[in-house]
Design a protein around this ligand. Structure first.
Ligand SMILES: [Zn+2]
Length: 326
């Protein structure tokens, strides 16, 4: 009897170790993918991804490559949604000029006959401040140097591509359709997301929830993932708390406090919107926001968490509607 008990316990131990190892291995793999995307987008070669530059276009090509690789469909002739913006003199070593940049957009159709007509949008901006300079949002305007934006917001795009890869490889059927979008012109005043909301490829009432990631690469020791807007759709706060349970994160969940990034463009248009970030830091909008400071294991945990939220919302059987917050 003792023997059986012992072997049962040993069996249990072996099982738990295997399970823990496989979860760790998955996180490890996701962390490597997160690092790969963040490193590429925040390398000096990308020169800070300023709208209208060839480096910004190059970043869009990189994102498009993964959109195509993981099977996203196009709304139009290609994955780009071009728009124009005005650049003030002195930013990114440029003369004042009207330039063309683009959002990158693709979608996965849902599997439920009815619910596939409803869309969940997940997004992250890919532009940043280029070489900074007077007139830019740089905290070191006098230093003309590449603002790599490893956290702001190569990290959000890294999470977006990690989540897309997981969605593409998952056998789970999604009831609602999902739009993946990477915005440009965020730093100049949420211009890409405003343009997207005003030129939606589908009816506005079909967009049910928007999830946005901006600066998710610097998870702290307390593992706090901050979110605003969880209360803008039914059951949102409860859902985010539930997902937190096995996440190895300590999410700080606000029902309201919708502010700071591209999800605001959706919220202002009466669309439920949640914004995720891992907090501010001294390197924010400086040339020191570099890959060396990125917590890519943390980025993997954040990607996993938001993936779980995305799947739950896409498959939620209750009706989704907008709830205004103070
Ligand atoms: Zn920024």
């Amino acid at each position: 009897m003792l023997f059986f008990k012992k072997s049962g316990f040993t069996f249990f131990l072996v099982l738990s170790v295997c399970f823990t190892l496989s979860v760790a291995a998955q996180n490890n793999r996701l962390a490597k993918t997160f690092y790969k995307h963040d490193k590429y987008l925040s390398s000096d070669k990308m020169e800070g991804r300023f709208p209208g530059t060839k480096e910004n276009n190059h970043a869009a090509v990189y994102i498009k490559k993964y959109f195509r690789k993981y099977g996203l469909a196009k709304f139009g002739a290609n994955y780009y949604q071009p728009f124009q913006l005005f650049v003030k003199e002195g930013i990114n070593k440029m003369k004042s000029d009207t330039v063309t940049t683009q959002n990158v957009v693709g979608f996965i159709e849902g599997s439920d006959e009815k619910l596939k007509k409803e869309y969940i949008v997940i997004g992250a901006h890919y532009d940043h401040w280029g070489w900074g300079g007077v007139g830019s949002g740089s905290k070191k305007k006098d230093t003309v140097a590449i603002h790599n934006g490893a956290d702001d917001n190569a990290s959000g795009v890294a999470a977006l591509l990690c989540i897309l890869e997981k969605v593409a490889k998952s056998k789970e059927k999604l009831k609602r359709s999902i739009i993946f979008v990477s915005f440009s012109g965020e730093e100049e005043g949420l211009l890409g997301s405003k343009y997207f909301v005003n030129h939606l490829p589908i009816l506005k009432k079909a967009v049910k929830v928007m999830l946005n990631m901006d600066m998710v690469g610097r998870l702290n020791a307390e593992k706090q993932l901050y979110m605003g807007g969880a209360g803008t759709f039914p059951g949102g706060v409860a859902l985010m708390k539930k997902i937190a349970k096995n996440s190895d994160l300590n999410p700080v969940i606000h029902a309201g406090e919708v502010g700071g990034s591209d999800h605001v463009s959706f919220y202002k248009a009466g669309i439920s919107a949640v914004g995720f970030h891992t907090g501010g830091h001294p390197q924010y909008h400086t040339p020191e926001d570099d890959i060396e400071r990125i917590n890519f294991e943390g980025g993997a945990l954040v990607s996993q968490y938001i993936y779980n939220a995305l799947i739950a919302i896409a498959n939620d059987s209750q009706p989704l509607y907008f709830i205004e917050q103070d």
